[in-house]
Design a protein around this ligand. Structure first.
Ligand SMILES: C[S@@+](CC[C@H](N)C(=O)[O-])C[C@H]1O[C@@H](n2cnc3c(N)ncnc32)[C@H](O)[C@@H]1O
Length: 339
């Protein structure tokens, strides 16, 4: 299936928007079935857990974007400043024909790379890839307004299932930013990166953003912002289940919990039931019992070191070429290539 700008020739799921924008939507077909399967498995498990990708409906994506602006969430501004510092050198070294961004979200930091591409004067296509269609379309339109030379070929998909839809190119720079790789368990992350690696040609490069281990108080504060935006984001997964699967979660009966767990070097985000309760999810014909104080895990966010990033990349068939960190060592960007 190829990306297309033409409505007449468009494969199912492709919608033409303008001559510089095309969006492929493989997610349309099976989103609900996958959500139902994952929720049934996660709520039936002991302890209960839910996959983090279901935070990101349109509201969840906007809440994540607001988290990025909270004073406690150092990750976005640290990675942004680092990218601005290194983007010129990267673009000179790679001369990308395509910038592909997995989990592109609001594509805030992408501008640092696109500015460097603009300065290089070479043509380049941008390929955002995200589960959140509204956010992808909004950010694509903004980028097209800002960069009149740019073409955008978006993919509204699940990068666990639809990576094969990435368009081919000569020298593709793949971005996976925001520390999102940390949301996967170690083996899952290696399986994912191995699939990314299998998709890469010899001249393609992967720029991976990873959050680093640091003072626990800084980590804990980042996931417990005083304005409560992270708490709203966390509870949004319950609204998604209510909306899509006719669930009856009362958000007021769950509270946000997030803490650093040093043994696994990860932040864990949970929702804790404040009372004994049974919640029905009609479309799954499920009745889920929660004891007062019981938590279900909604996200992990693993924190890395240079050694743990290098070994994760090596296990995935990738070789670390450059390691970039800011002065405070809070966050790292690593450039890798297929072995
Ligand atoms: C932590 S946010 C990072 C957003 C942005 N890259 C940044 O650095 O600020 C994770 C992003 O990945 C997207 N995402 C999560 N799981 C996904 C999946 N399985 N497939 C595609 N996109 C996914 C979310 O919609 C969200 O935009």
């Amino acid at each position: 299936m190829g990306l297309s700008n033409s409505l007449e020739n468009a494969p199912a799921g492709t919608r033409a928007l303008s001559s510089r924008l095309s969006v492929l939507c493989p997610l349309d077909h099976d989103f609900l079935a996958t959500l139902a399967r994952d929720v049934m498995a996660g709520l039936g498990d002991q302890p209960k857990k839910l996959p983090p990708k279901y935070f990101y409906d349109d509201l969840g994506s906007q809440l994540f974007d607001r988290i990025c602006d909270t004073p406690e969430y150092y990750q976005t501004r640290t990675e942004q400043a680092l990218l601005e510092r290194i983007a010129g050198g990267l673009v000179e070294e790679i001369a990308p024909t395509d910038v592909i961004e997995l989990g592109s979200g609001a594509a805030r930091k992408t501008r640092a790379v696109l500015d460097a591409v603009h300065r290089s004067g070479r043509p380049c296509r941008y390929v955002p890839f995200d589960v959140s269609e509204g956010m992808l379309r909004r950010s694509a339109r903004q980028l097209l307004d800002e960069y009149e030379w740019l073409t955008v070929s978006g993919i509204v998909g699940d990068y666990d299932r639809h990576l094969s839809l990435l368009p081919p190119g000569n020298r593709r720079l793949l971005l996976f930013l925001g520390g999102t790789i940390g949301n996967s368990e170690p083996e899952e992350a290696v399986r994912f990166l191995s699939r990314v690696r299998a998709n890469m040609g010899p001249c393609d490069r992967l720029l991976l953003g990873t959050d680093l281990v640091k003072d626990h108080a800084v980590l804990n504060a980042a996931y417990n912002d005083r304005a409560g935006v992270t708490a709203s984001f966390n509870k949004n997964v319950l609204s998604v289940i209510n909306g899509e699967l006719d669930g009856h979660f009362d958000l007021a009966r769950f509270e946000h919990v997030a803490f650093f767990e040093p043994e696994c070097s990860q932040i864990e985000m949970h929702l804790r039931s404040t009372i004994d309760q049974t919640v029905c999810v009609d479309r799954l014909e499920m009745h889920v019992d929660f004891a007062a104080g019981e938590t279900m895990r909604t996200e992990i966010s693993r924190k890395f070191s240079r050694a743990s990033v290098a070994s994760m990349l090596a296990a995935s068939g990738l070789e670390l070429c450059h390691w970039f960190v800011p002065d405070n060592d809070y966050f790292a960007l690593s450039l890798s290539k297929p072995v």
